[in-house]
Design a binder for this molecule. Structure first.
Ligand code: NAD
Length: 480
């Protein structure tokens, strides 16, 4: 076993917990590191550290917090290459994808530095009242100690989307990374630790969901829990949080659609299907894994998509020509392969992929996979696969396409491809999804909200909504 590295950052100190986590390289299956993660006692230590730091931190000005967030921006910029490398190595994603992640982290901290700075001018703003006998003012105050629990598919990005607004609001934080991908998170924490935050404001506890996540979700001194992960765990987190009536934000799964309307540019539609299905090896909550194509384009679309998918270079994340990397671990690989096998059993037609590339005998690699004729009641059509698997189906009318897209318990995102702006807007407005891209790849800006309808989310991240998730609202009404 490799020498364990400390997996706890509490009250300004790196510590080792007693729960050892083995971290692997998904591209080689070789051990990468052992992390000494924590348990319930580490959670207690971290929460008490955050609680002690809260009175002073919550009284700092927005300008002071903004200045610290700007230091984090510079520090992450300075460590960009190292963070990219670690993310690729631990997660299996190509370097160019990991670079997009790190740049997103930088943009998110930069955006919330600006919102923190803007808070001071808005604090204690007057509230117009229909009476001259009273005056009222509005304060937005940090909600307290917050627990942030994140998944493995975009480790540092999901962290930044929570951590930056929580710090901007004036909250003290206990972060729990995924036990699958702690290495980029540990490096990011080390970078943040160098930026001069007061001890206890930012704490990190690596560990499993049961040893660390569950006690965090139940802790009475945690005011708010912000969770990104699977629906099954999200439900458990919400149930535990209910016992102490803490605020809950959830970012969960998806089963999103890309709608290719009859007037769509075929090449653009194929490129968007490739990105929505195979970026991050399809391990995206926002994967547009259902592709709905107008009847008149369906045959040509499928032919082009097959050719593009078969040409994708699946390779080690560090290969200079790699287009798609590895799935994150054996459990995820087997889960996706199981979905493919069950899809074939229920009569779906495999167009391409469905197996490991012949030249990659080791590592959790899968060929980009496309199905058609997928039964509408099958798991392949209805459940989140979280791997490089697309289901293509044709439709006759716009109304049918909208109905197919909306027929899901999820409602995270959607994409629409159409040459006509009015048509695209009409369809976008009819979709039950929190974010719709029109003729665009899955670009994300910190200024626009992230989150979905139905069982995909509770609340919204990013934008001012991401900050408000960590604030309490207080009105003070005074007689004059
Ligand atoms: P997961 O639910 O298994 O784990 C997420 C986090 O929860 C991990 O840190 C894990 O250790 C922790 N956890 C596990 N059991 C716990 C428990 N009982 N109590 C508290 N915490 C616990 O999810 P995953 O496999 O890491 O990530 C994949 C899932 O995340 C997919 O379903 C995906 O759709 C979702 N996701 C959603 C978004 C979004 O923005 N909506 C973004 C990324 C990923």
């Amino acid at each position: 076993m490799l020498n364990p590295q400390p997996g706890l950052y509490i009250d300004g100190h790196w510590l080792s917990g007693s729960e050892l986590l083995s971290v692997i390289n998904p591209a080689t299956e070789a051990p990468l590191a052992t992390v000494a993660g924590g348990d319930e006692s580490s959670v207690e230590h971290a929460v008490q550290s955050a609680k002690s730091a809260f009175p002073a931190w919550s009284q700092t000005s927005g300008a002071e917090r903004g200045a610290l967030l700007r230091k984090i921006v510079s520090a992450v910029q300075g460590h960009r290459e190292r963070l990219i490398e670690l993310q690729s190595r631990n997660n299996g994603k190509p370097l160019f994808e990991a670079a997009i992640d790190v740049d997103d982290v930088i943009a998110t901290f930069d955006y919330y530095a600006g919102l923190a700075e803007a808070l001071d001018a808005k604090q204690d703003s007057a509230v117009p009242l229909p009476s001259d006998d009273f005056v009222a003012r509005l304060r937005r105050e940090p909600c307290g100690v917050v627990a942030l629990i994140v998944p493995w598919n975009f480790p540092m990005v999901t962290t930044a989307w929570k951590l930056a607004p929580a710090l901007a609001a004036g909250c003290c934080v206990v972060l729990k990374p995924s036990e699958v991908t702690p290495l980029p998170e540990l490096e990011l924490a080390e970078v943040i630790a160098q930026c001069g935050l007061p001890d206890g404001v930012f704490n990190l506890v690596c560990g499993t969901g049961l040893a660390v996540g569950a006690p965090l979700a139940a802790h009475p001194d945690v005011a708010k829990i912000s969770f990104t992960g699977s629906n099954a765990v999200g439900v458990q987190v919400m149930q535990r949080a209910a016992e102490t009536v803490k605020g809950v934000s959830l970012e969960l799964g998806g089963k999103s659609s890309l709608l290719v309307l009859a007037d769509a540019d075929l090449d653009l539609a194929v490129e968007l299907a490739m990105g929505g299905g195979f970026f991050n090896a399809g391990q995206m909550c926002s994967a547009t894994s259902r592709v709905l194509v107008a009847d008149e384009l369906a045959d040509a679309f499928l032919q082009k998509l097959k050719a593009r998918a078969e040409a994708i270079r699946v390779a080690d994340p560090f290969d200079p020509d790699v287009e798609m990397g590895a799935l994150v671990n054996q459990a995820q690989y087997q889960r996706v392969v199981g979905h493919i096998a069950r899809g074939i059993q229920v009569g779906a037609r495999l167009v391409c992929g469905g197996e490991r590339p012949a030249d990659l005998p080791r590592g959790y690699f899968l060929r980009p996979t496309v199905f058609t004729a997928v039964p509408l009641d099958s798991a392949l059509w209805r459940e989140e696969i979280f791997g490089p698997v697309l289901c293509v189906r044709s439709f006759a009318t716009e109304a049918e396409a909208i109905a197919l897209a909306n027929d899901s318990e999820f409602g995270l995102v959607a994409s629409v491809v159409s040459a006509d702006a009015d048509t695209a807007d009409r369809v976008a407005n009819a979709l039950h999804a929190g974010l719709v891209w029109v003729n665009a790849p899955q670009v994300i800006f910190p200024q626009t909200a992230w989150g979905g309808y139905k069982q995909s989310s509770i609340g919204r991240e990013l934008g001012p909504w991401g900050l408000q998730a960590f604030q309490e609202i207080k009105h003070v009404i005074r007689s004059v």
